[in-house]
Design a protein around this ligand. Structure first.
Ligand SMILES: [Zn+2]
Length: 503
């Protein structure tokens, strides 16, 4: 406005001069044109100056926080930004300025991503950035499987029904599940690579109570003393009828040849250490055989230490006279083992004498004697198909030689063998064919006749390992029959002619 006032003043001054009308007009026109031009230039300069000072340019404002958190695997929605123009002189204008967005966010991968915003106007541009943190904050998921109607058993506990773990970012984490089992619960937990944890638990249901152990033959039994004890049997089942017999552990000891009361414990232990138990009491009792002494005059011919080369001849003689005798056999000459079988089949009695007939060996302990005794039983069984209940101690029950090897062994053995139902036989007529000095059949017959005359029931000791003793048998049979004796074979009920124990 000030400028316009000055122009009017100048115009007023010009109109006051007195030159010619035409030249005055031309001068005025020229002057006005100059003034107008100067004015326009002046205005343009002012306008340009205004524009420069204003410095109009775009600016960008981010919506929301500059840092954004995004969940991995889920779509990222950018809050966006606004752009506007602004300047020094006139401030913001509400013009819509187009924003270019460069969004590099990959939500499939954990990381920090930048979103770039830019805008351009009046040849000027603006840029702004934000950071998007793609993170995994979602814990994995553990899925438990359930078998239909499944119940844990008392015996084997809980059998895992199955589980799996899956994480939105790591994928299958089943192998990384930590599993802890207590009596009634299973705990499962897993942590993903970002530290997110999932924990679940399962309650175990037990369907079957502790098993029953049933003892065949009863919980308290009585068995006869014997070399061996055979457990009478047992079975174990649970409520559902499952056979658990094979899980039963039997503990305890029975010494079957020693009289007494023993206990056997039957136990099933489950994985929790709980037990189902049963107990059997076993009374090992003696079952001695009662001897019956015949009333009629009887001779029991007994032959020790065979079979030998002479045994066949003896059997022929006995067959000829139809006399049954008793053989207390050894394995001193194994070539003649088959004679044991022949004697048995021909009706004679077979008894154990000894495998080795070695005093030092068999009388060192009860166990050593039993070993030898049972060894001979096996040979007898091989030859005859049966075991025998009768035997004769090497040296007889009254021997003193056994003192050299174990004090009191004969007392122990006569007791335990009798308890076990075996009958041992000594003799009351010694033919003298071994140590008694007889060297001929004649002496043997005389010895037997002389001693036998003093007894109604005679148990005669001979040895079929001696040929001259075997050759005396026909005469002994004749003598016996002439004197009213009947010849018989021994069995476990017969008179044992026991000697007094000397060890
Ligand atoms: Zn002998």
């Amino acid at each position: 406005m000030k400028d316009n006032t000055e122009k009017k003043k100048k115009n007023a001054v010009s109109s006051g001069t007195g030159k010619s009308r035409a030249s005055k007009k031309a001068y005025r026109r020229k002057k006005n044109a100059i003034i107008a031009a100067v004015t326009v230039i002046y205005l343009l300069i002012v306008a340009a100056a205004a524009v420069i000072i204003d410095d109009r340019h775009p600016e960008i404002t981010l919506l929301g926080d500059a840092d954004q958190l995004a969940e991995v695997g889920e779509p990222y929605v950018d809050p966006g930004a606004e752009a506007y123009l602004t300047g020094n002189l006139f401030g913001e204008t509400t013009s819509n300025v187009e924003i270019q967005v460069e969004n590099g966010v990959d939500t499939s991968r954990i990381g920090d991503y930048t979103v770039k915003y830019s805008a351009t106007a009046f040849g000027k541009s603006a840029e702004s950035y934000r950071v998007v943190h793609v993170r995994d904050t979602t814990p994995p998921v553990i899925t438990l499987e359930h078998e239909k109607d499944y119940q844990a058993s008392w015996l084997v506990g809980y059998k895992e029904e199955g589980f799996s773990a899956y994480d939105n970012y790591d994928g299958d984490l089943t192998d990384r599940v930590v599993r802890t089992e207590t009596d009634d619960r299973v705990y499962y937990s897993v942590v993903d690579s970002s530290g997110n944890e999932c924990a679940v638990e399962r309650v175990i249901e037990y369907g079957i109570s502790e098993p029953m152990i049933r003892l065949t033959g009863g919980e308290e039994i009585e068995v006869g003393a014997s070399f061996t004890f055979t457990e009478p049997g047992y079975e174990a089942t649970d409520e559902s009828g499952n056979d658990l017999t094979s899980f039963v552990q039997v503990s305890g000891e029975v010494i079957p040849h020693q009289l007494g009361t023993y206990k056997l414990n039957y136990t099933i232990m489950n994985e929790q250490g709980e037990t189902a138990t049963a107990q059997r009491i076993i009374h090992v009792v003696a079952h001695p055989v009662e001897a019956v002494i015949p009333e009629e005059k009887t001779i029991y011919l007994t032959f020790d230490d065979g079979p030998s080369a002479y045994t066949a001849r003896l059997l022929d003689t006995l067959a000829r006279y139809d006399v049954k005798a008793t053989f207390f056999v050894t394995n001193l000459d194994p070539d003649y083992q088959d004679m044991i079988g022949r004697a048995y089949r021909e009706g004679h009695s077979i008894g154990v004498h000894s495998v080795s007939h070695n005093y030092a060996e068999i009388y060192q302990s009860k166990e050593a004697f039993y070993r030898d005794f049972l060894g001979m039983q096996e040979i007898i069984y091989e030859q005859t198909g049966s075991y025998t209940k009768i035997f004769r101690f090497p040296g007889g029950s009254s021997n003193t030689v056994s003192r050299n090897y174990r004090y009191g062994i004969m007392s122990e053995l006569t007791k335990s063998m009798t308890d076990m139902g075996y009958a041992y036989f000594d003799w009351n007529v010694d033919s003298g064919d071994a140590l008694g000095g007889a060297k001929s059949s004649y002496e043997v017959v005389n010895n037997v006749a002389a001693e036998c005359s003093e007894h109604t029931v005679c148990v005669v000791l001979q040895h079929d390992s001696k040929g001259f003793s075997v050759d005396a048998v026909a005469s002994i049979i004749n003598w016996g029959r002439n004197h009213g004796y009947t010849f018989k074979a021994l069995d476990e009920t017969c008179y044992g002619a026991h000697h007094g124990l000397a060890n």
